[in-house]
Ligand binder design. Structure first.
Ligand code: CUA
Length: 232
């Protein structure tokens, strides 16, 4: 009987782990990542999602099992017979999970905030209701953001009026542009493509129209664009 129970619990736990892994690998709540930091955040979110699903199904399953069993046998034996080993187990398992997730989250945070080597600098000026992109190395100023794929970039933000928020969903990370302080976002674009930057902080009547195209190009294409802008 005891062996059968251990076998049953093992099968159930393995099934929950399997469901968790399936959810983590199949469910993608975020858009396909296009930067190094978005990849790390996407993985983190999916691990949390998979684990949360397994814990939810496990806890709710036990609850339903206990309710049905309690009704069938009409017994309150478990309440009057404390089981220290079991209580220790359901303290230890969540504590271990929280510890592992904390270490993982801190690691991701340190990685996405780590300084990038030889970054391309772009100074971004926000104002009601436009974004302006300045490349200090080449003196180019444009109303769309161009970045070379594979090279780290550091974007700095400043606002000339109210608070705005720069957000390119596929890059991950959202940064406020403030009137009295310079903020920044470091990232390495990984996929070429045309994306969109939006303002994610209500800033006035035309907040919704405060958008700008974002081009991630191969390095040659980026240089070509930079030269054509510098020549204007
Ligand atoms: Cu700028 Cu909303």
């Amino acid at each position: 009987m005891r062996e059968r129970n251990i076998l049953l619990v093992t099968i159930l736990v393995l099934s929950l782990i399997g469901v968790g892994i399936a959810v983590a690998s199949l469910v993608r709540p975020l858009p396909q990542p296009a930067s190094d930091r978005a990849v790390l955040v996407d993985q983190l979110l999916r691990v949390f999602f998979g684990l949360a699903t397994a814990v939810f199904l496990g806890v709710e399953g036990l609850l339903v099992f206990a309710a049905v069993r309690g009704r069938l046998f009409g017994s309150s034996a478990a309440i009057s017979n404390p089981n220290p080993a079991l209580e220790l187990l359901w303290l230890a398992v969540p504590a271990a999970l929280v510890l592992v997730l904390s270490v993982y989250s801190i690691r991701v945070l340190l990685l996405i905030e780590a300084p990038r080597s030889d970054p391309l600098l772009v100074e971004i000026a926000a104002s009601q209701y436009r974004w302006e992109f300045h490349y200090p190395e080449s003196g180019v100023t444009a109303n769309e953001l161009h970045l070379p794929a594979g090279r780290p970039a550091v974007l700095t933000f400043r606002s000339s009026d109210v608070i705005h928020s720069f957000w390119v969903p596929v890059f991950g990370g959202k940064v406020d542009a403030l009137p009295d302080r310079v903020t920044s976002l470091a990232l390495t674009p990984l996929r070429t493509g045309v994306y969109q930057a939006v303002c994610a902080e209500y800033c006035g009547a035309d907040h919704a129209g405060m958008i700008a195209p974002v081009w991630v190009e191969d390095p040659a294409g980026f240089e070509q664009w930079l030269q054509s802008e510098a020549g204007d």
